[in-house]
Design a protein around this ligand. Structure first.
Ligand code: 3HB
Length: 330
C-alpha cells in the first residue's frame, strides 16, 4: 500500500475527493489536531519551514470509507486498512498523556477489528528538550508509548516500523496504519541492536519499533510493501560518525541497504526482491537547514530518479544525529 504525494492544496481549495481516501496528512508549517473532513481523516503536521515547501500525503482507500472519533482518536477505515491519528498538546511531562493517547488508539484498533499495526509516525516538538523533571522529551515519550504497549501485553517484537522525529511546534502528533490482513513481518537489521533492546542509558524505556515492516500484497494490489523506519547513523546501539554529516548519510543508507538485502529478507521470511532501487518514496529529516543542499546532493546517488523525496528541517531523536531517512519500497 503506497501513499500518493501531491503539492499542498491551498487551505481554501475544495479538497480533491475524486478518488476514495482514508485520509490526508498535510506536511506543512503549522499544525492542527486531527479531524474528519469530507468523511476522511485530516491532519496537518508542523514539519516544513513554509507551506510552500510542504505536500499532502494521501492514503487511498480500497472501498467504502467509514470514519469517526473515539476517545480523542480519529480514524478512517475501509475494511482492509485503518488510518488513526491523535494529538497530545504540549505538557511538561508526556509519559501519562502519551500512554493515554496510545492506549485509546489501541482500543480503536480492537473495536474496529485491526489487530496488526504496520507503520507509525510520531512528530514530537522539542524532542531534544527536557521535561520538568529533566528527562529528555523523546525519552519521556518513549516511556509513555512503552507503557501503552505493556498494557496491551504486546510483545516488543510486534511493534511495527516507526518514525519518532522532531516537529516545529510544541506537542506530539501521531498517526498509524493497521491492517486486518495476516502476514505482516517485522524486520530487524543485523548491524543494529533492535531498538527495543537498547540499554537503559538511552532512557528509562527503550523505543518500541521495528527497523522495517513488510505488508503482503492484497487482491487489489499484488505487490507487497516494505516500510522502512526512520534510519540513522547507528551501529549496534551507538551513534557513529558524530559531527560528520556526509558519513552519517552514507551509514544511514548502508543501514537501509543491508536491512532490505536479499540475505536479510530471506532470514526474515519476506518474499520478493527489494533493495534501494525499489524505493518509491522517502522522507529525509535534517537537523540543520544549512545542511539540506548537501544531503540532497549525497542522496542523489542512492535514491531512484522516479522516487518521491521530501526533506524536513527538524530535530532528530538523539542530539548527536544530523540526519535520518525513512522509505517505502515496492
Ligand atoms: C521511534 O521512537 O518511533 C523512532 C525513532 C527514530 C527512528 C525510528 C523510530 O529516531
Amino acid at each position: 500500500m503506497l501513499p500518493v504525494w501531491k503539492p499542498a492544496e491551498p487551505a481554501s481549495a475544495t479538497p480533491n475527493t475524486a478518488y476514495r481516501r482514508l485520509g490526508m496528512i498535510r506536511y506543512t508549517a503549522t499544525a492542527t489536531a486531527p479531524r474528519i473532513e469530507n468523511g476522511s481523516l485530516a491532519l496537518d503536521l508542523p514539519m516544513s519551514a513554509s507551506p510552500a515547501t510542504g505536500f499532502d500525503e494521501i492514503w487511498p482507500a480500497t472501498g467504502e470509507v467509514e470514519s469517526g472519533e473515539l476517545g480523542g482518536v480519529y480514524y478512517a477505515h475501509d475494511k482492509n486498512t485503518v488510518l488513526c491519528a491523535a494529538y497530545v498538546p504540549y505538557q511538561d511531562e508526556y509519559r501519562r498523556p502519551v500512554f493515554n493517547a496510545y492506549s485509546r488508539a489501541f482500543d480503536v484498533l480492537e473495536q474496529l477489528g485491526y489487530p496488526t499495526i504496520f507503520r507509525m509516525w510520531n512528530s514530537i516538538g522539542e524532542i531534544n528538550g527536557n521535561n520538568h523533571q529533566g528527562l529528555e522529551v523523546y525519552r519521556d515519550f518513549c516511556l509513555g508509548r512503552a507503557l501503552a504497549f505493556d498494557e496491551q501485553a504486546l510483545d516488543v517484537t510486534q511493534a511495527p516500523a516507526a518514525t519518532g522525529i522532531g516537529a516545529r511546534e510544541r506537542g506530539v502528533w501521531f498517526y498509524l496504519l493497521a491492517t486486518s490482513r495476516q502476514g505482516v513481518t517485522n524486520i530487524e537489521n543485523p548491524v543494529q541492536i533492535s531498538a527495543y533492546s537498547y540499554p537503559d542509558r538511552y532512557g528509562p524505556r527503550a523505543p518500541q519499533f521495528a527497523r522495517a515492516s513488510f505488508l503482503p500484497g492484497s487482491a487489489q494490489e499484488e505487490a507487497g510493501t516494505i516500510y522502512v523506519s526512520g534510519t540513522a547513523s547507528i551501529r549496534g546501539h551507538q551513534s557513529v560518525n558524530i559531527g560528520d554529516l556526509e558519513a552519517q548519510v552514507h551509514t544511514s543508507m548502508e543501514n537501509i541497504a543491508g536491512l532490505v538485502s536479499p540475505e536479510n529478507l530471506l532470514k526474515h521470511g519476506v518474499p520478493g526482491t527489494f533493495g534501494l532501487a525499489a524505493i518509491r518514496s522517502s522522507k529525509v529529516y535534517v537537523r540543520h537547514d544549512a545542511d539540506l543542499p548537501k544531503v540532497r546532493d549525497l542522496l542523489g546517488g542512492y535514491l531512484p530518479a522516479g522516487a518521491d523525496v521530501a526533506y524536513f528541517p527538524v530535530d532528530i531523536c538523539r542530539s548527536d544525529l544530523l540526519v535520518e531517512i525513512e522509505a517505502i519500497m515496492q
